[in-house]
Ligand binder design. Structure first.
Ligand code: FES
Length: 68
């Protein structure tokens, strides 16, 4: 699911960054190029906390155990 139309960022992209340990607002904004005033509407940088929440969810969720 796309969460940023301007940059074509999917929820899974943010989760992948969280898995890689990138969860702070500045690093996420930089990695996702959300500070790009020319090509962004500005909505996502204002709501960066939502991106942080998504990234942190990935960090705090250990791999699901294999059922069987
Ligand atoms: S929709 Fe993400 S910056 Fe515009």
């Amino acid at each position: 699911m796309y969460i940023c139309i301007c940059k074509g960022i999917r929820e899974s992209d943010v989760r992948d960054l969280g898995k890689a340990g990138i969860t702070c607002p500045k690093k996420l904004a930089s990695a996702l190029e959300l500070n790009d005033k020319k090509n962004c509407c500005g909505r996502c940088i204002k709501n960066i906390s939502k991106f942080v929440d998504l990234a942190k969810e990935e960090q705090s969720c250990p791999q699901s155990p294999v059922l069987g």
